[in-house]
Design a protein around this ligand. Structure first.
Ligand SMILES: CC(C)(COP(=O)(O)OP(=O)(O)OC[C@H]1O[C@@H](n2cnc3c(N)ncnc32)[C@H](O)[C@@H]1OP(=O)(O)O)[C@@H](O)C(=O)NCCC(=O)NCCS
Length: 209
């Protein structure tokens, strides 16, 4: 039997099955109370509450709902404790348009953890678990507009992103690749990002983590 793509995260092993659906094969080696899992439809309201609490205004909460409605979410994970969502991370489809071809990449936004659960490594686990999952899905390029000192610890760099054309090109535009992926081209974000042009829009060139 053909072996399946498999990637290990901090506490889960992500396997892509032949129908392209993701399966979490193992959830061992983590004894803490906070678990990480794929978002399910019932999480939507708790995710909205989380994003309202972690960011000023409605922009991030509206963004995630619009991405979900448009079918542009590639991966969404939640951290939960006792059926309560306390953190989330969302990756949506972003296209790199070059002179001759387009390349499917993903945009990381948003990442959030309730204040009372911060500084305990929850976001770190969400990011690392998501990267393992994305690699198992054969995603190769992640883009984020964030704080280099924070995202740098996961391998994101402005150097990797500096060749892309984007309205958000700045020292805070960061990229991470898992494999062969373009170094230049235009970054086309999903339409949901264009709906958000207010002062509290999540993507601004001076945006921090
Ligand atoms: C950013 C955030 C997700 C981190 O969550 P967390 O679970 O506390 O993160 P971790 O425990 O894994 O990591 C904590 C580390 O992140 C660092 N960090 C947190 N916010 C930071 C920021 N804005 N800039 C730089 N570093 C930051 C902390 O200093 C800490 O560093 P240390 O490990 O050297 O002590 C959380 O603070 C949050 O939800 N903030 C509000 C929403 C937000 O800004 N999201 C990111 C933009 S989409």
């Amino acid at each position: 039997m053909e072996s399946l793509p498999e990637r290990r995260g901090p506490s889960l092993t992500w396997i892509r099955n032949p129908s392209e659906k993701l399966l979490v094969a193992k959830a061992e080696g983590w004894n803490g109370m906070v678990s990480i899992r794929l978002e399910i439809p019932e999480d939507a309201e708790q995710i909205r509450d989380l994003l309202r609490a972690c960011f000023p205004g409605y922009a991030e909460a509206d963004l995630v709902e619009a991405l979900r409605r448009d079918g542009d979410i590639v991966l969404s994970l939640v951290a939960e404790e006792k059926d309560t969502v306390l953190g989330c991370i969302v990756f949506s489809r972003l296209t790199v348009t070059g002179d001759e071809a387009t390349f499917p990449a993903v945009a990381l936004a948003p990442l959030a953890v309730y204040a009372e659960y911060q500084q305990q490594g929850v976001a770190t686990r969400l990011v690392r678990e998501a990267h393992a999952c994305l690699a198992a899905m054969d995603e190769r390029l992640c883009i984020v507009l964030g704080e280099p000192t924070y995202y740098g610890r996961f391998g994101y760099s402005n150097r990797r992103a500096s060749g892309f054309t984007s309205d958000y090109q700045s020292p805070y535009l960061l990229a991470l690749s898992f494999g062969a992926a373009p170094w230049d081209g235009r970054l086309d974000y999903p339409p949901a990002f264009r709906l958000l042009d207010g002062d509290d829009a999540p993507l601004q060139a001076d945006h921090r983590v």
